[in-house]
Each structure stands twice: as structure tokens, then as C-alpha cells.
Design a protein around this ligand. Structure first.
Ligand code: ADP
Ligand code: MG
Length: 339
């Protein structure tokens, strides 16, 4: 009979990392979300070799004090929640305290941070999750996380990755989407040393959206509707016949978090039913805000999906309001053409 034994720590680490850190894009997402949680106003992202060579995320947020720097790398250590019920009132992306732990387990990581009021920052270096050094460094206020040699100790994971170009494309799409969701924050993305995207950080959401879709402002309908107590939808949708043969430029967000949502996707598809030429998918940026108790964000390790408690209500309310908006817009444009 095989005996039940506890796995060695380094195996536990790699298994945990496998769930959170699927690919370079997941690292960028976790680090950028940490920067947003730290109330950064400027976030710079640098990618080399599709993120396998190097990923740097630099912010001007609140920082991590040097006493706490080593704790940031531990599993289930977080400054963001203290009890399970806090999940219902979550105002941060993070809550598991697993991202830095997981990323560190499969890379060589440096976390430099300087909090307001301190004369210097501190840099923590770890390889495969083992702390190697903690030293004082000169730096601006904020945090710089550098992840090098991602998956150097999990060669199988590395082998399955798509090309650097695919990864860079995915990362760019993510940065553009999150910049639209947080138009007050300035995001800049550098790929292999070249600046390829920058948002202005001046709340100009409509401009970012038209740029993302390659459309004129006149082709967009903006959304801002209260559907109930604590229940809002915001964002923008493209007027037919503008659409795309794929869904890559669709953006869904729930309570300020980018998500994939089958129910929202279906609500939008059904709202556009018969209004778009065959084969085209709607261009939509839909931000849904609901009371924390209506939604469970804790259903997916990478938090890419959320679960609504009452899916039917969300579906019907969203579909109805968007359908009405589209039909009204169509009718008024028809009227303006008639003599
Ligand atoms: P979580 O975000 O779920 O708390 P992480 O592993 O991503 O877990 O981060 C652990 C902790 O490290 C955070 O709770 C936060 O206190 C701190 N931290 C991480 N990144 C930053 C950052 N860019 N600025 C300030 N603090 C950070
Ligand atoms: Mg986090």
C-alpha cells in the first residue's frame, strides 16, 4: 500500500504556481492588478521575449515597507482581506495572497519598493521562491517588480508556450482593456525596448475605446444606466453595422474587474440579434456594477470568471436595456434620413 505523505515544499510551490501562473500574460495581469490595488497613478510595463526573458511592472503606488517585503512572497499573505466575509465587500483585485508567491516559485524575482516618507527603497531578490538577498536601494516612491527567466525550473510549462509574439499581443490587449476600465491611470507598455502603447491617464475613456476598436466616436453609443439599487451598467457599444468576426476586442468588467462571462456575452449577442451582418460579433465595453453579495469572484484561480447569484436577472436586464438603446438609435437615424 502506498503511504500518504506530505509533498516536499518545492513541489507544492510548483503545483500552486501552475494554477495561477499559466503564462507570461498571467504574470503581467497579477502584477498590474497589484499596482492598481496599491493606488498607482502611473504603471509602466516592460516585456522582453514575450515575457519569458523579462517582465517588469513599475508603479508609483503606496509601496511595501521593508519589514513586510519578505512576507509579500509567502503563500496566503495579503494586506487586502482578513476574513472570508470581506470577499463580499472586496474593493481590491487581490485577496488570495498567492500571486507573488506563485510567480516567485517559477522565476527569478526582484521586488523593489519604497514607501512614502522613507529615504530609500529596499530590494528583495529570490530564486525559485528562496530569498537570496534584501538590500537598500535608491529609487522613486512605489514598487518595481522584475520577473526574469519565467518557468526556468518548469521546462514542460515553458515548452507549451505560444510564440513571443502571440504572448506580446495578448499582453497588449490586456493593457489596453485595463486602461479603458481605469482611464484615470496612465499605462505605458514597452515591448523589447519599444514603447508601443500609452494611455493618457486623464479619464478619457471614450477616446481609448475608439482607439482600441479603430472607430470614430460617432459610431459609438455610450452607456450609463442605473438598473436598480447598487446595480449599474456603464461603458460603450458600437452601432451596427460595425462589428468584428471575433470577440477579442469585447470587454466585460464586473465591479471594476475584467472578466469573461458567458451570461453577459449572451445578453449582448441577443441584444444585437438581427441588427449585425451575419458572422459579425458586437463591439462592446460593458462595465457592470452590482452589490458585492450578487457575485462570487472566488470561482477561478486566476479570477477570470465571476459567478452571478441570479444569472437570469442579469441576463434579462442587460439584454433589455442594450436592445432598447440599439433599436432607438436605429429608429432615430432612420428618421434623420427621411424627408
Ligand atoms: P494579494 O494581491 O492577493 O494580496 P499578492 O501575492 O499579489 O497577493 O501580493 C501580496 C501582498 O504584497 C499584497 O497584499 C500587498 O500588500 C503587497 N503588494 C504586492 N504588490 C504590490 C505593489 N505593487 N504595491 C504595493 N504593495 C504590493
Ligand atoms: Mg495580487
Amino acid at each position: 500500500m502506498p503511504k500518504i505523505k506530505r509533498l516536499p515544499d518545492e513541489v507544492i510551490k510548483k503545483i500552486a504556481a501552475g494554477e495561477v501562473v499559466e503564462r507570461p500574460y498571467s504574470v503581467v495581469k497579477e502584477l498590474v492588478e497589484n499596482s492598481l490595488d496599491a493606488k498607482a497613478q502611473n504603471i509602466n510595463v516592460y516585456i522582453e521575449e514575450g515575457g519569458l526573458g523579462k517582465i517588469v511592472v513599475e508603479d508609483d503606488g503606496i509601496g511595501i515597507s521593508h519589514e513586510e517585503l519578505p512576507d509579500a512572497l509567502l503563500r496566503h499573505t495579503t494586506s487586502k482581506i482578513a476574513s472570508f466575509d470581506d470577499l463580499y465587500y472586496l474593493e481590491s483585485f487581490g485577496f488570495r495572497g498567492e500571486a507573488l508567491y506563485s510567480i516567485a516559485a517559477v522565476s527569478k524575482i526582484s521586488i523593489k519598493s519604497r514607501v512614502r516618507g522613507e529615504n530609500n527603497g529596499y530590494e528583495l531578490i529570490a530564486h525559485a521562491g528562496e530569498v537570496i538577498n534584501l538590500t537598500e536601494v535608491g529609487m522613486a516612491y512605489g514598487t518595481v517588480v522584475t520577473v526574469s527567466d519565467l518557468f526556468f525550473n518548469t521546462p514542460a510549462r515553458k515548452k507549451f508556450l505560444k510564440s513571443g509574439q502571440t504572448e506580446a499581443g495578448l499582453i497588449r490587449q490586456f493593457i489596453e482593456k485595463i486602461a479603458i476600465l481605469y482611464p484615470g491611470v496612465k499605462f505605458t507598455l514597452f515591448i523589447d525596448g519599444k514603447k508601443i502603447y500609452s494611455s493618457a491617464g486623464i479619464q478619457e475613456q471614450l477616446g481609448l475605446l475608439t482607439r482600441f476598436w479603430g472607430l470614430e466616436k460617432g459610431n459609438l453609443l455610450t452607456l450609463e444606466e442605473k438598473l436598480g439599487e447598487g446595480f449599474f451598467i456603464k461603458g460603450g457599444i458600437a452601432l451596427p453595422p460595425a462589428g468584428k468576426p471575433h470577440r477579442k476586442l469585447q470587454v466585460f468588467a464586473v465591479n471594476k474587474r475584467l472578466v469573461r462571462s458567458g451570461i453577459l456575452t449572451k445578453a449582448i449577442d441577443d441584444a444585437y440579434e438581427s441588427l449585425l451582418p451575419n458572422g459579425l460579433k458586437p463591439l462592446v465595453f460593458l462595465e457592470v456594477v452590482v452589490p458585492g453579495t450578487w457575485v462570487d469572484v472566488n470561482v477561478h484561480p486566476q479570477k477570470l470568471e465571476v459567478k452571478f447569484m441570479d444569472e437570469q436577472k442579469i441576463y434579462l436586464d442587460v439584454r433589455t436595456i442594450i436592445r432598447n438603446k440599439l433599436v432607438n438609435a436605429k429608429n432615430s437615424s432612420l428618421k434623420s434620413f427621411s424627408p
